[in-house]
Structures are given as structure tokens and as C-alpha cells.
Write a protein that binds this ligand. Structure first.
Ligand code: SF4
Length: 942
């Protein structure tokens, strides 16, 4: 008699998007039968979305890579011709090559990773190797959102913080596509709307979340900064800012030297003798006190600063409160001015500004929670102004996005909504110092053979001295991050790596290791050219980027270009951590981290990338992975996670829960050998709820700061004053103006730095638009992820393909008809960089000057184990073909098409025109590519 099927349920954490919901994987005879939400999981409480349930189709995808592959001798890159090799061969090959690079010039090795990877380990590996050339995809995605917010309020959206929809009355969402946040935001929005909250969405496109907004405010892409500055104008003009909050918790009352004759012009005034680099604590900066009518150190007992006015210090220098300068700045940014830029009627801007201001002022929340601020004042209650915002890539992915996001952070601050109920709430480990303390090295001397990098590959510059440049101001990193071209590029510039390495500017690479980043397709701009660069050879016949290693779980478009392919596991087959050292999933009420545990064994011969790194690090004898006698420290990744400490004996490791020998400690404690077991027994998640008095006002909350220091989340307990006025930016500007001793930008970049490093937010047209013939290319073109697909992985998912098997260009009927285009017609979309042929679809849900499409639905034929004539490659298309990673050359110099402050890719800045395809043209998308054959080991449904 056959044995009855053995059924089991195992819990782990979803990875079909970055929300990290708890899931239950239902197995029969060791095979996944279906996946549902884990009702015991605090984050999603059993809710699962279409993506999450479709994880089974990812697990059993025929596109799975199942064995290490080496490019067949004599085969061209891009042809996808491989031979299978063993892991031993793969490790030998790679370790030999990397050892040689490390012993000579470590920067010739670069490691770049895709979306939502565990950067704490990849970053550690790169640093230990000694290369500065490491980053994840943030520079391509949303670094403006992170940098603009963190340089202003010490935190940001996404896993750093978010809107408190439990208590908000008004919710304003800007530029957010539905891939982000997903389940948690959907759950929160449903409750918010049921509770009578009003939801306003400002977005060129009305899809996803915006579809359920009470009011959709269509806006032209790249103009959100103008909208926000006009709202700021109104809020200040009507006196609708929270004066008490601004005075005490921002630097609005801090005096700024406004005296061109002074060497300190534009810097914050300080008590005599205090150094310029001093931060906000102890209070060396000055207020002009309303009671005594003289300058006093900020937060002096009983003092209350003027926010407006002009004063003279004892040394004769003229000073003004930063708030006065902000008010002066937004004076000209009237709603009428913004209307002409944004396309939003001035009356609408006025109405919305008024609504935000009076909702914040008149519907104040008071919670009976006593707390003490950093200056020792006791507060009987926590209060809040219930206006919440959320924003993402729509604001960020423009070359003017940093100042747009600063404008938003300042608006949120003026309304008094930072880390208060009903407003924006931080998630641990935020708030951080402004800027956070981590720095890169500041000279090429940090790179030495056989030595770890002397500093971090990514950091937070606070002054020109922190730039990672050589003595002549030239970039040290391959992507030119932290150089004068992009000084605050805190997430690197992944989108320029291949172009820079191909050109040898600033130098050539030997080996590029790419982990789960589809840099030959949707994770790059100028895709056709970038694919050519990957395949291009120098005069000596050697590829310009000599060795390409791709680690992925699937046969993507990028795999075909690899010299060596390392097959990764799926998320159901491996251990993983969402760590406080990296990207945790904290809640507003305290730190949370989570793990994944394998629920099925690895498929074929695939291996988790984490294990690959541990193995390579051990073979290369990188110090953090090796004992004094040269033997390996960690058997495998789980052992590494349990035992690694940031410093010997620090008690701080990757996971905060169940630390200490018996699992009795949290946040800090010695390694616990049973830590994985305890996470697995607790739904794979650890939640450290803070006492209520530590849950709000954390920038200035003494109790929280002391706790955060004990938990080593913060180095110092000083308050994090909001930077309405950014002295950090002013330091760079002064250097560019020749008014600051020390490092100076190269002559060709002086004007650029002086212009864009403005200490107050301002609006300018995106750089690409400034160099585009807007009459020829009148339409903005943008691309976003659909609700059903988070990653380029998902368009090969058999279930999700039934939702999106190809994409259209969505066009307003009015715009389409004016161009002679009918609904469903084949059309050409052309930018100054290239053109694509695709199908048009009429949509009333897009503002008339914008066209848009779903991202990464279009695929190259044969990739992802799709049939060569699959809809994805015959009818799907990629907007990236129309977007350049570099700007048109105007002054003879090549410049990245990126934000001049942060290096954020300006991939929402492209301008296009549309026209009908000729009747006799093939009804197929264009450009077309040769079909790639199936890689060895793919094609099977295990
Ligand atoms: S929201 Fe994201 S993490 Fe949650 S179930 Fe859906 S795909 Fe998975």
C-alpha cells in the first residue's frame, strides 16, 4: 500500500516584495503545495497578496539556474552559451582571480547588488576585500528620498519610517507606486478610510493606491518641488505652521550669519570660540531670545527664539533666524508660479495648503503619555498634528529630487508632524544624526593591497573633507560616488558602473560581480548601448570589462553576458536576515527584525549567495572571516549570523532577539547558539516594544536617546534638530565659491556645486529637460511597478503573467487623438536617445502631458525561460531604451544623468514624442533582440 502523503506547514518570511510578511508554506511530500499568510505574524496578520501566494511559481520556475556555469570557450558574451561546472571549480576560478586583484589593486573588483539585498554582509565582504566599489541599487531607485529626508529630519520613509494612519485625519501621498509597502499600507489605508480619514494623492498617474484616493491631484512629473514650495509659501503666509514645534525642535530659530563681509557668511552663528564643525549639542549655536532681546545659546532655559527678523551680534555681524531665510526663499514661490510649472490650479494648491494647515492646527491629538525631552523639560502628554504624508520614487527619480524631498521634509516639519501621533513616525534604528556618522575614507590611500578598506564604501558626508577623492579632486570610486560630481551619493551610482568601467573613466575594472541585478536590462538606462558595452573588446582583444560574474536564481537577461554564473537559491531554500544593522522591519513602537529559514532543500546544485560570500571570504582569508591561524571562522552563514559581532565582545550582532547564552537578552548580548531555533519558533520575527514614553518625539526624547545609546543604536544621546537650513550643503557651496579653506572642487564643477548646494530648498527643471528640445519632445514619460509584480523576476511567474503578460504605453485620449493615435494602436515612442515601438492604450488616469507604462514587463526573447515569441518579448517593451545614463554634452564634459547632489538616477526625466507606426510595420515591439538559448540546467520543473 502506498504511504499516505506527508503534509507539513512551515513558517518563514515572504520575499516576493520587501514588506516581509509572514507566510505559511504548505508542503506535501516535501513539495510546496501552496503558500498563505501567517495569521500569527504581527505585520500582515494572515493577509497575503497575489505576489506572495505566487511564490510557488517562482520556486518551480523553469528559469531556475541550478548549477554553476562557465561561458563556453570561444562563445561570445550575450549568446548565453555555457558549460556546467562544479562549485569547486567555480570557487577555484573566482578565488584565484580575486586573490590576484586583492594582492595588487583591490579597487579593480566591484560588487553591485540588486533590490533589497542584505547589504550588511555584502558590504562587509567588499570592505574586507579592500575595494571601494560596492553599492546596492539605491542610487538607481530612491536615494533622493533617503538623503533628502535624512539630511533634514534624520529619518525617511519606507523601512526608515512612515505615516501614522491609525491617528491621521489627512493623508497626502506623493509619487508613490503600488509596489512599495503593499500589504501593510493596504491594511492601514483600509482602516484609515473606514475611520473617515481623507486621502489625497498627488501623482501624474492614478493607479493602485491613488485609485482609492478621495482626491487625485494630477501633476506634471519632476515638478513636485514647485508644488511643495508653493504649499510652504501658503503655510508660512497664513501662519499655519506649528510655531512652538519649529522654534524648539528645528533650526528655524537658529541664527545664520548674513553678512557677505564675514568669512562665516551663510553658516550658523555660534558662541565665540565654538568650532564650525560642532553639531547641535552641546548648544553652541545661537537664538535671538524674545524675552531678553539678545543672542543666547539655543535652548537656554526660559529662552524663546525669534523666527523672523534681523539682528546684530556683538562682533558686528548681521544675523537672521533660519526661518526668516526660509520665508524669504518661498516668498516668490506663489501658487500662481507653481500652477504654470505643475499644471495644478493655484486655487487647488491654496485649498490643499489651507487644509493641511488647519487640520494640523485644529485637530490636535493629545495622548496621556508623559515624556522628558533632551533639555530636561518634562511634558505631561504627547501631542500630534494629524497630517501624514508618504512619498517615494515619483519625487526621487528626478535630477531635482533631492531639493524636492527636502521641501517635503520641511513642510512636514513646519506642520509639526515629525515623530508625533498622526504624522510621520520613525522606525528603529532611526532617527539618526544629521547626517549619520558613517563616513567613507577620504583619499585613495585607504585602498591597499591585501588589506581591508580603511573605512566604509558608503557613508554620509558632512563636509568637503569627507569626499572620497584624490588630491586633485578626482573620484576614487568607479561610479564617481562621493566625488564633487555627486557629493552626497550615499547609495552609490549603480547606473554608471558599466559605462564608466567600459570607458575607463576614472579607471578600468577587472572583475564585476553582480548579485541579482539585471544590469543588461531593466536595472540600467540606455539598455541597448549598455549591452553593447558589456560585449565590447579593447584593441588587444580583451573584453573592456574582462570578467563578469552574475549570481542570480534565474536566467535573466544579464546572465547571458556572464563569464561565470553562480546559481542562487530562492527565498524558500535559504537562511536570511532582515537585520537592525541593515534593513530591519521595525514598527513605530520599537525595533523589529526577522529571518527566513529554509522550508525546502536547495534545487539542483544552487547555493545561497550568502554561503558563496562566506566561502569566498574564507578562501581569500579576509580578516573578519578568518582566525589568527588562517583557518575559517564560520562554517556557514547561519553560524556567521549567530556569532558575528560588530566588535569583539560588543554584544551587537545581526539579530537583536534572543541574545545571551540562553536567549534571555535582547538588543545586546553574547551570541546564542540557539538563536535561529528561537526565531523559527516565534514566527521568524522579533519585536522589541519600547515603553510608550519612548515611542514619540524620538529626535529629542531623553529616555529614548539613553535607551538607544545603551542598545548601541545611537553613538551619542544628543538631540537630532531638524535642519530646515542645511549647513552641510552650505559648507559645500562655500567651498565652490572659494569662501572656505580646505578642499575645493575642480574648476569645471565649481558653478554646479555652488548652484545645487543651496542650504534652502529651491526648484529647478530637471537637468535632462534643461538640455532637451521640449517642442520636439513635449511629453514626460515615466515607468512604474504594478501592484502584482515587485521584481523583474515576477514577469516569468506563471500566475502573475496572467495579470501582466505585456505592457502598453498609457496615454490620455486627448493627447493620443491629437497625435493621430487610436486606442490599441501600434505606435513609436521616441526620445532624443532612441525609440521603441509598442502599443498605446487610452487612459483617463494620466495627466495629459505624461505617458507611462509598467516597468520590466517587457523581456528579451528567450530570457527567463520564456518562449522566444512570448508576449513579454513580442508585445512587451522597456522604457529604459529611451533613457540615457548620461546627459547631453553641453560643455564638452560627460556628466551622469543624475541629481547633482546625490547621484540619484534621473530616469523619470526623459521627454518623448509619440506617433503612429506605419500600417505595414510588423505588429511587434521594437527594438528586437536575438533569442538567447536555455542555459544548461534550466527548463525543468523540479
Ligand atoms: S505584500 Fe509583499 S511580502 Fe507581503 S505577501 Fe505580498 S509580496 Fe509577500
Amino acid at each position: 500500500m502506498p504511504a499516505s502523503p506527508r503534509s507539513e506547514i512551515r513558517t518563514t518570511t515572504c520575499y516576493m516584495c520587501a514588506c516581509r510578511c509572514g507566510i505559511r508554506v504548505h508542503l506535501r511530500d516535501g513539495k510546496v503545495r501552496y503558500i498563505d499568510g501567517n495569521p500569527e505574524h504581527p505585520l500582515n496578520q494572515g493577509v497575503i497578496c497575489a505576489k506572495g501566494a505566487s511564490g510557488i511559481m517562482k520556486q518551480y520556475s523553469p528559469a531556475r539556474l541550478t548549477q554553476p556555469l562557465k561561458r563556453r570557450a570561444g562563445a561570445e558574451r550575450g549568446a548565453g552559451e555555457f558549460e556546467a561546472i562544479s562549485w569547486d571549480e567555480a570557487f577555484d576560478l573566482l578565488a584565484r582571480r580575486l586573490a590576484k586583484i586583492r594582492a595588487t589593486d583591490p579597487k579593480q573588483f566591484a560588487l553591485f547588488t540588486g533590490r533589497d539585498q542584505m547589504q550588511a554582509l555584502t558590504g562587509l565582504f567588499a570592505r574586507q576585500f579592500g575595494t571601494p566599489n560596492y553599492a546596492a541599487h539605491g542610487g538607481f531607485c530612491s536615494v533622493n528620498m533617503a538623503a533628502g529626508m535624512i539630511y533634514t529630519i534624520g529619518g525617511s520613509f519606507w523601512e526608515f519610517g512612515g505615516p501614522d494612519l491609525e491617528r491621521a485625519k489627512l493623508f497626502v501621498m506623493l509619487g508613490t507606486a503600488e509596489d512599495h509597502h503593499s500589504n501593510p499600507l493596504k491594511i492601514a489605508l483600509a482602516k484609515f478610510k473606514r475611520g473617515g480619514g481623507r486621502f489625497v494623492s498627488v501623482n501624474p498617474v492614478r493607479t493602485g493606491y491613488s485609485a482609492i484616493a478621495d482626491e487625485w491631484v494630477p501633476i506634471r512629473p519632476g515638478t513636485d518641488g514647485a508644488f511643495l514650495l508653493a504649499v510652504l509659501h501658503e503655510v508660512i503666509a497664513l501662519g499655519l505652521y506649528d510655531r512652538e514645534f519649529v522654534a524648539r525642535y528645528t533650526n528655524g530659530g537658529h541664527l545664520v550669519v548674513c553678512d557677505e563681509a564675514s568669512p562665516r557668511d551663510g553658516l550658523l552663528a555660534r558662541t565665540p570660540g565654538a568650532p564650525e564643525s560642532d553639531t547641535d549639542w552641546p548648544p553652541a549655536q545661537l537664538w535671538w531670545d524674545r524675552h531678553t532681546n539678545r543672542a543666547l545659546p539655543t535652548h537656554a532655559e526660559g529662552a524663546d527664539p525669534f523666527l523672523f527678523g534681523e539682528f546684530r551680534l556683538d562682533d558686528g555681524s548681521r544675523v537672521k533666524p533660519a526661518f526668516q531665510l526660509l520665508a524669504d526663499r518661498v516668498q516668490a514661490y506663489t501658487p500662481e508660479w507653481a500652477e504654470s510649472i505643475t499644471g495644478i490650479a493655484a486655487a487647488t494648491i491654496r485649498r490643499l495648503a489651507h487644509e493641511m494647515g488647519i487640520t494640523a492646527r485644529d485637530q490636535r491629538i493629545e495622548l496621556p503619555i508623559a515624556w522628558t525631552d533632551c533639555w530636561g523639560e518634562e511634558h505631561p502628554a504627547v501631542t500630534g498634528n494629524p497630517v501624514a504624508f508618504h512619498a517615494m520614487r515619483g519625487l526621487a527619480a528626478h535630477s531635482n529630487g533631492f531639493h524636492t524631498v527636502r521641501s517635503l521634509a520641511i513642510l512636514m516639519s513646519l506642520l509639526g508632524t515629525i515623530d508625533r501621533p498622526g504624522g510621520f513616525r520613525h522606525r528603529a534604528p532611526f532617527p539618526r544624526a544629521i547626517p549619520p556618522a558613517a563616513k567613507t575614507p577620504n583619499s585613495p590611500d585607504a585602498i591597499r593591497p591585501d588589506t581591508p578598506l580603511a573605512g566604509l564604501a558608503l557613508g554620509w558626508p558632512a563636509a568637503p573633507e569627507h569626499l572620497f577623492v584624490d588630491g586633485d579632486g578626482r573620484p576614487v570610486r568607479i561610479d564617481k560616488a562621493f566625488s564633487w560630481e555627486h557629493p552626497l551619493s550615499v547609495h552609490g551610482l549603480m547606473h554608471n558602473v558599466i559605462t564608466n568601467a567600459w570607458r575607463g573613466d576614472p579607471y578600468r575594472l577587472d572583475t564585476l560581480l553582480v548579485f541579482m541585478a539585471n544590469m543588461a536590462w531593466n536595472s540600467t538606462m540606455n539598455t541597448v548601448e549598455v549591452r553593447r558595452m558589456l560585449n565590447d573588446r579593447a584593441a588587444d582583444g580583451e573584453y573592456r570589462i574582462p570578467f563578469l560574474v552574475v549570481c542570480d536564481a534565474f536566467q535573466s537577461e544579464m546572465t547571458a553576458f556572464a563569464d561565470l554564473v553562480l546559481p542562487d537559491t530562492t527565498y524558500l531554500e535559504r537562511h536570511d536576515v532582515m537585520s537592525m544593522l541593515d534593513r530591519p522591519i521595525s514598527e513605530f513602537d520599537g525595533p523589529v527584525d526577522a529571518v527566513r529559514v529554509p522550508v525546502v532543500p536547495p534545487t539542483g546544485d544552487c547555493k545561497p549567495f550568502q554561503e558563496v560570500l562566506i566561502e569566498l571570504a574564507s578562501r581569500l582569508k579576509l580578516p573578519a572571516f578568518t582566525r589568527a591561524d588562517g583557518s575559517r571562522k564560520y562554517r556557514d552563514y547561519p553560524e556567521f549570523i549567530v556569532n558575528y559581532e560588530t566588535e569583539p565582545g560588543s554584544g551587537i550582532g545581526f539579530l537583536a532577539g534572543w541574545r545571551g547564552a540562553g536567549g534571555e537578552k535582547s538588543m545586546r548580548g553574547e551570541p546564542n547558539p540557539r538563536q535561529w531555533e528561537l526565531y523559527a519558533a516565534n514566527n521568524c520575527i522579533y519585536h522589541h516594544e519600547l515603553p510608550p514614553s519612548y515611542q514619540y518625539m524620538r529626535n529629542w526624547n531623553r529616555g529614548y536617546m539613553e535607551w538607544a545609546q545603551r542598545a548601541r543604536i545611537r553613538r551619542y544621546g544628543d538631540p537630532v534638530i531638524i535642519h530646515l537650513y542645511s549647513e552641510v550643503l552650505q559648507r559645500f557651496r562655500m567651498a565652490a565659491q572659494g569662501k572656505r579653506a580646505g578642499r575645493q572642487p575642480p574648476a569645471a564643477l565649481r558653478e554646479r556645486v555652488a548652484t545645487y548646494f543651496d542650504p534652502l530648498p529651491f526648484h529647478y527643471a530637471p537637468l535632462e529637460l534643461q538640455a532637451t528640445d521640449a517642442a520636439r519632445y513635449p511629453l514626460a514619460a515615466i515607468t512604474q511597478r504594478p501592484m502584482a509584480m515587485y521584481h523583474s523576476w515576477d514577469s516569468q511567474n506563471a500566475w502573475l503573467r496572467q495579470i501582466h503578460a505585456h505592457n502598453y504605453l498609457h496615454v490620455s485620449p486627448h493627447t493620443a487623438r491629437a497625435a493621430g493615435i487610436g486606442d490599441g494602436d501600434w505606435i513609436w515612442v521616441e526620445s532624443q536617445w532612441g525609440k521603441v515601438r509598442c502599443m498605446a492604450r487610452f487612459s483617463e488616469a494620466v495627466e495629459p502631458g505624461t505617458v507611462w507604462t509598467w516597468n520590466a514587463i517587457g523581456k528579451a526573447p528567450g530570457a527567463w525561460a520564456l518562449a522566444p515569441d512570448a508576449n513579454e518579448s513580442r508585445q512587451g517593451f522597456l522604457l529604459n531604451h529611451l533613457i540615457s545614463e548620461e546627459l547631453p554634452q553641453t560643455d564638452g564634459a560627460r556628466r551622469s544623468n543624475s541629481d547633482p547632489v546625490t547621484g540619484q538616477a534621473g530616469w523619470y526625466d526623459v521627454r518623448v514624442r509619440i506617433y503612429p507606426a506605419a500600417a505595414d510595420e510588423p505588429k511587434r515591439s521594437w527594438p528586437e533582440f536575438d533569442a538567447v538559448g536555455a542555459a544548461p540546467g534550466t527548463g525543468a520543473r523540479p
